[in-house]
Design a protein around this ligand. Structure first.
Ligand SMILES: C[S@@+](CC[C@H](N)C(=O)[O-])C[C@H]1O[C@@H](n2cnc3c(N)ncnc32)[C@H](O)[C@@H]1O
Length: 246
């Protein structure tokens, strides 16, 4: 998955500078097939036209259009933010760069193991591991009031290719984020996370249902049909531990 993402983003970058569609000699047939499909992908083309860093922007845009999770003035924690497409969407939707002077100004904090190139209106903590307590401490320091109104996670571990193992590792990443929600997420807040469907999906959904008033699964059109990728959206966070500072 991570390899795919890197290829997607590398390809987007390549398209910005080259017009040739030919593939390099070192490419395997599978890679060539993947790139051919990728270059015909309407979301890749749209990402290029709309200057998004990655096609994944359209997943968040669709979830947001359907469920209105982002609005001006909100504080967003974007986990697994590299290369920054979700943060681009979030910055625009919460008015984090102050582009609309008549609307409240929000805040976007992106965290990733990988370096993220600067983006106007966003604050990036990278390289940083969201499963590391020191990162969460820093996140709390950086978020205005110490909390986010929305936690986004498009995190994906390095795929091993062993479906059940990759599934377990992604569920574990989502769970670790849910573990820190009492310290980071504002009451009434929203949690959106990427999962790969599998044996532990129900367990994670149950945990979300215990802590949020509403939970649902979402499969945006930009998420490839053949992928087991599905997003869990939970709204109206109820569980609070420790003082809420704002
Ligand atoms: C699918 S990409 C995210 C794409 C991003 N939403 C965008 O639109 O640009 C997944 C990211 O999760 C990050 N990631 C995986 N495990 C992580 C962890 N423990 N802490 C922080 N980031 C992590 C990876 O480095 C990778 O950049």
């Amino acid at each position: 998955m991570l390899l795919s993402l890197k290829l997607v983003c590398a390809s987007l970058r390549r398209q910005r500078f080259h017009t040739s569609g030919s593939h390099s000699k070192g490419q395997t047939a599978a890679e060539h097939l993947w790139l051919t499909r990728h270059l015909r992908d309407p979301f890749v083309k749209a990402a290029k036209v709309e200057s998004y860093r990655c096609r994944s922007a359209f997943k968040l845009l669709e979830v947001n259009d359907r469920h209105q999770i982002l609005r001006p003035g909100l504080r967003v924690l974007d986990c697994g933010a590299a290369p920054g497409a979700w943060s681009q969407v979030a910055v625009r939707r919460v008015n984090a760069a102050g582009a609309d002077p008549s609307a409240p100004v929000g805040f976007v904090l992106g965290v990733d193991l990988l370096h993220i190139f600067p983006l106007e209106g966003a604050t990036f903590l990278s390289p940083a591991d969201v499963t590391d307590p020191r990162t969460i401490q820093r996140v709390r320091e950086l978020l205005p009031g110490g909390r986010a109104d929305v936690i986004l996670s498009d995190m994906a571990p390095n795929a091993t290719g062993i479906r059940s193992l990759d599934h377990d590792r992604l569920i574990s990443l989502c769970s670790s984020l849910l573990d820190v929600a009492p310290d980071v997420l504002h009451p009434g807040g929203t949690f959106l996370c990427k999962t790969w469907a599998g044996s532990q999906s129900l367990g994670l959904q149950k945990r979300l249902a215990e802590q949020f008033q509403n939970t649902r699964t979402v499969k945006p059109r930009a998420s490839r049909k053949e992928s087991s990728e599905v997003y869990l959206l939970a709204t109206q966070y109820q569980r609070v531990k420790g003082p809420v500072e704002d």
